[in-house]
Design a protein around this ligand. Structure first.
Ligand code: TQI
Ligand code: CA
Ligand code: ZN
Ligand code: ZN
Length: 172
């Protein structure tokens, strides 16, 4: 079953249209247009299950949600750890920060972003999971759900399970 963060934080009911900005991409070799497309697809999975709408904006100052790639210690007390381990993290509502570990070998549509030969991590799968956290979902005990706390490396899992849909629909 799905879960929420302690206290059930959520985006308030009068905020059904959320804006996101992709703000820090210098630490990744994935090009900007590709990132826009991947995150747009990831947000649309959640938009399709709710009345929420997501729009990309250019500037962090206009955004509710900010997305960026960082290496190691990046100033929020949750340092990244190099390849594998922590892949990304997102804060609960209404913080809106979503950070990705630039040290991962991110894969988009089956194509790797680096030639390092590291273990491939599917960017869209991680994005769909982290957006669940941004919206207020915790982890689920259903193994096939997006919000299950582990994923096999190299796997692509981007479709919401009925458990994810029930969880987000009871919140929004
Ligand atoms: N990052 C953890 C995660 O997003 C960070 C985390 C641990 C966390 N406990 C939390 C975030 C509680 C919110 C609430 O779960 S991760 C996966 C999965 C990670 C893991 O890098 O380990 C995905 C990121 F589920 F596949 F294991 C994305 Cl999809
Ligand atoms: Ca890592
Ligand atoms: Zn961070
Ligand atoms: Zn998680």
């Amino acid at each position: 079953l799905y879960s929420y963060f302690p206290g059930g934080p959520m985006w308030p009911p009068f905020r059904r249209s959320l804006r996101y900005a992709i703000t820090s991409t210098s630490a990744t070799s994935i090009d900007r247009a590709t990132l826009s497309a991947v995150f747009a697809r990831a947000f649309s999975r959640w938009a399709d299950a709710t009345r929420l709408q997501f729009t990309e904006v250019a500037s962090a100052s206009d955004a509710d949600i900010t997305i960026g790639f960082y290496s190691g210690d990046h100033g929020d007390g949750e340092a990244f750890d190099g390849p594998l381990g922590t892949l990304a993290h997102a804060f609960s509502p209404t913080d809106g920060r979503f950070h990705l570990d630039a040290a991962e070998t991110w894969v988009v549509n089956g194509a790797s972003s680096s030639r390092s030969g590291g273990v491939a991590v599917d960017l869209e799968s991680v994005a769909v999971h982290e957006i669940g956290h941004l919206l207020g979902l915790g982890h689920s005990s259903v193994p096939d759900s997006i919000m299950y706390p582990t994923i096999r490396t190299g796997t692509r899992k981007v479709d919401l399970e009925s458990d994810d849909v029930l969880g987000i629909q009871s919140l929004y």
